[in-house]
Design a binder for this molecule. Structure first.
Ligand SMILES: Cc1ncc(COP(=O)(O)O)c(C=O)c1O
Length: 291
């Protein structure tokens, strides 16, 4: 959150009327984090509400209307709230569009390692970073290091020259000073200790891998258990913690009040909050509310 807000404050300092394009839908906090800094927010089509998959041609169509210098916010992996990610082929096409139109990518990377793995989850972002002249990446350690309340993450800037980077960094440090002055140290020290030690790093990767596999397993098991209720195979194709079930707020309310199953009114579920034991019960409840 700090990286996103500082990126937004920086963009606003560089150009007072900056437009940032966000996916429809996007993580709800993107709107206050970016809009609160004074950026104009516009939406690009992303999720097809019927299939709950990426509507890539609509995404391209809306981004074609962006103007040079506009910022495009992309979810690095594990799109929140939909779980619907771009394929590597689609990342390549978005990269070409960004290059051709002179847009500035801002990547929010909040779930690296929880989609398919640390490397695979970064493939699209790496492709983009190798191709564009400038880019910003807001990375979080909240989930992949289990450090949610320690405010640990980073804003990375990529630019063509070292002098632009150092000028941008000094502007950013000024912005940070006028907001929170100093970031908390302890979470970052934990991450530094783990990444700086081969043994601890391997142990962390192993544990993260276990979490990733658990979520992937649950995605398949959830879709399979729901098969008699309806076609939920998209859940198995999606990545990360979240997916929409595609049911109405009234049906969500019935899951809550009649079955004690909790999800957002938008029908976004946290797949990681399930386990094999509760899946049949969830499927029965879904069957009931969908009647
Ligand atoms: C897409 C997205 N970006 C950023 C964040 C925030 O990360 P942090 O806890 O590091 O502020 C979240 C977490 O909830 C998120 O889902």
């Amino acid at each position: 959150c700090g990286a996103l807000r500082m990126a937004a404050e920086f963009l606003r300092l560089c150009e007072t009327d900056t437009t940032v394009w966000v996916s429809a839908p996007t993580w709800a906090n993107h709107l206050p984090l970016l809009g609160g800094a004074g950026l104009t927010i516009r939406e690009y089509s992303y999720l097809n509400p019927k299939t709950l998959e990426v509507d890539f041609s609509s995404m391209q169509e809306t981004l074609e209307t962006a103007e040079a210098g506009d910022v495009v916010l992309l979810h690095g992996c594990c799109h929140n709230p939909s779980g619907a990610d771009l394929s590597l082929e689609q990342w390549k096409e978005v990269t070409s569009l960004i290059q051709r139109k002179g847009l500035l990518p801002l990547v929010d990377m909040a779930y690296q390692g929880l989609g398919e793995g640390l490397e695979a989850d970064a493939a699209g972002v790496r492709h983009l970073a190798a191709a564009v002249p400038e880019m910003m990446i807001a990375a979080s350690c909240s989930k992949n290091f289990g450090l949610y309340r320690e405010r640990t993450g980073a804003l990375a800037l990529i630019s063509g020259t070292a002098s632009v980077n150092s000028a941008a960094t000094s502007q950013l440090l000024g912005i940070i000073r006028s907001h929170y002055s100093m970031p908390p140290a302890h979470g970052a020290a934990i991450v530094e200790t783990i990444l700086g030690d081969d043994g601890l790093r391997a142990q962390w990767q192993d544990e993260l891998d276990g979490m990733c596999k658990r979520i992937l397993h649950l995605r398949h098991a959830f879709a399979d258990t729901l098969a008699p209720v309806g076609d939920f195979r998209f859940i198995a194709r999606q990545r990360g913690m979240f997916s929409f079930l595609g049911i109405s707020p009234e049906q969500v309310a019935r899951l809550r009040t009649e079955h004690g199953i909790y999800l957002l009114d938008s029908s976004r579920v946290n797949v990681a909050g399930l386990n094999d034991q509760v899946l049949p019960r969830v499927a029965d409840a879904m069957n009931d509310v969908l009647q």
